[in-house]
Design a protein around this ligand. Sequence first.
Ligand SMILES: [Zn+2]
Length: 346
Amino acid sequence: MANLKERIDAVRKEFDEAARRAADAKSLEELRTAYLGRKRGHVTLLFEDLKSVPAEEKREAGRLVNELKQSVTVRLDAIEGQLSSVPPAVSAAGTDLTLPGRKRYVGRPHPLTLFEEEIERIFLGMGFSIEEGPEIETDYYNFEALNFPPHHPARDKWDTLFIKGDLLLRTHTSPVQVRVMERSKPPIRIICPGRVFRRETPDPTHLPMFMQVEGLVIDEGVTFAHLKGTLEYFLRALFGEKIKVRFRPSFFPFTEPSAEVDIECLVCSGKDPACRVCGGTGWKEILGSGMVDPQVLKNVNIDPEKYSGWAFGLGIDRTAMFAYGIPEMRYFYENDLRFLRQFGTK
Ligand SMILES: [Zn+2]
């Protein structure tokens, strides 16, 4: 019995020292196994020794060993509690875990891309396909083929950035229409979205570079009724079933007759005479359209006696500004994440 008592004291002393050194979860676990392990734990082995203690001393010896086991367990649990409640400020690798983390943001599409995709989705649903073309064009594709002969006064409306000689930055995506008409036979049903360039001084509603989407339909028996029906359907799909739409006579060199299309002002619904968006008229111009001029069809070897067609063009930036209530076109190109993050979360 005296022998066993000494051994209990020795184990307790060793444990106390080892417990002081346990500084992390791993050493704590090793300590637990060393003392309470099922087969070779120091405390567990003391229970084995109880078998050889004389019967009259067994009770007292059992009490002492149990007491030791109890205090070892309590101490181990206390250390465990301490380790989990206070994370070390500096990890073993020297990393300061108390520093705030770096937040990583998941990218998302640009608002103009989202708006363009929405427009594309509506036209794809009506059987249109999407066409693209070069941003650097020749005078022929940008103007002449579209019925703007050299020195035609209508060219003044398209302030053009010329590069060299015959080359220019396209002022609209109409050259894509010409290229498609040249290489394919009717029926044609396309939209052409893309960047266009004009010599503009930047202000809240003008930029030297912006986005446009144009559409073209050529087939036998195509009339102004098709133009009207398709554009009305498109604008209702984009702005809601109840939106009011009106067509106004206009002029473009490449269409005859031509019409500009207005929708009711989303900001004031015509109720505010001082509205900055519609100027108090209650209407906002959204796009230009018209029946393709027979001369344009002749230029690309399509017989205007057999085929007719209609076209439209719309500024993606300006329409997106109107749809989202954005006061400055420049916001789209400043890459300010506070602005960009407001879009594309749906
Ligand atoms: Zn208004």
